[in-house]
Ligand binder design. Sequence first.
Ligand code: HEC
Length: 99
Amino acid sequence: MKAAIILVLSTLAAASAHAAAPADLRAGEKLVKTHCISCHASSFGGDGSGIYTREYRKVRSFNGLKAQVTSCNTMLNLKWFDDDEQQVVQYLNQNYYHF
Ligand code: HEC
């Protein structure tokens, strides 16, 4: 019971932390490079990052970014943990979205 409460609290803390540690950013970058870039690059050219910076991009908020990463994870059946998603969100936000 106690462990469950601690787990919930730490999950909440992780979800609300916008400030990213460098190690998380590196981990997020690696996940994106491994799983996400090739497909974005094939439709948007270059290194694929144009998808995040295009004028009519879909993601408009920090929560929107989280939702998009979660739905990519689900759609691609990557089975990422919350931590992985969080690292990818931090990486994309820090480098492209700047919410
Ligand atoms: C099979 C191809 C494919 C893969 C793999 C893929 N994406 Fe995407 N992604 C797309 C397409 C296509 C869009 C644009 C959708 C649209 O415009 O409606 C997109 C859009 C996005 C956006 C929104 C960009 C915006 O407009 O702001 C984000 C963020 C994103 N993808 C993240 C990811 C992440 C993270 C992964 C890896 C887990 C991933 N994608 C893997 C095809 C892919």
